[in-house]
Ligand binder design. Structure first.
Ligand SMILES: *Cc1c(COP(=O)(O)O)cnc(C)c1O
Length: 222
């Protein structure tokens, strides 16, 4: 047995590596990246910005300028706090790290695989609640799973990945008001949806909204 096999946590060794199939000579869309390169003038602006950056210094930890731009672009009201992460995967991990040992993270199945994986990485329990055959949340089943497992965190992707649908809004509201858990609505695909819970954050003290710019097609913004 190699040193690393001996040394590494066995539950991590048991996880299958995320397999990315090769995509030579194809239009690569499977990772939800933009298939378009950055526009010429944006590349110029980007390089000019980099040329001016203090690369010998740590970046400003609050990234206030970036926060301000995001607040304007996404119409985030001033009253709400913004926590920036290195991708929302990092924020999912930070929320998990804020839990106590023995806590449970609950989500629906199928949904974004990182809720389950990050629960494992951080030694938390993970509970998946099956969606119906139409990929909807079965509210009584969900509420009973919440009552049984008393989760500390509930992740709901809105719209859901990989099923592509948005769950019923009233169902989500019932979940938020019926639990003491922090409910995290992951709006990674907000730009492709008609609805959002951004305007509802003030109503629910246990509601957190996650967004990312990874899934935006930059070309569409210019
Ligand atoms: C892609 C994706 C994320 C992670 O996005 P990053 O910001 O790139 O880490 C989170 N949640 C869902 C539902 C996603 O599809």
């Amino acid at each position: 047995m190699s040193f690393i096999n001996n040394w590494l946590r066995s539950d991590i060794q048991a996880i299958n590596a995320y397999h990315v199939p090769p995509s030579e000579n194809m239009v690569k869309l499977d990772a939800m990246e933009s298939p378009f390169p950055l526009a010429e003038d944006l590349i110029g602006q980007y390089l000019a910005y980099l040329a001016d950056a203090d690369l010998n210094r740590y970046p400003n930890p609050n990234a206030l300028e970036l926060q301000q731009s995001l607040r304007e672009l996404m119409n985030i009201p001033d009253a709400f706090g913004v926590l920036l992460g290195n991708g929302s995967d990092e924020l999912i991990q930070l929320l998990a790290l804020a839990c106590e040992a023995g806590d449970t993270i609950l989500s629906v199945e199928p949904s974004f695989v990182m809720y389950d994986m990050i629960s494992k990485f951080t030694h938390l329990n993970y509970q998946g609640v099956d969606l119906t055959d139409e990929f909807e949340i079965d509210l009584p089943v969900m509420l009973s799973a919440i009552a049984t497992h008393q989760p500390k965190l509930i992740f709901i992707a809105y719209p859901n990945n990989p099923t592509g649908n948005s769950f019923d809004r009233a169902t989500i509201e019932k979940i938020i008001t019926s639990t003491t858990a922090m409910v995290v609505l992951d709006e990674a695909y907000y730009a492709y949806a008609d609805d959002s819970f951004l305007a509802d954050i003030a109503k629910y003290p246990n509601l957190v909204l996650l967004r990312t710019i990874s899934k935006l097609v930059l070309q569409a913004c210019v």
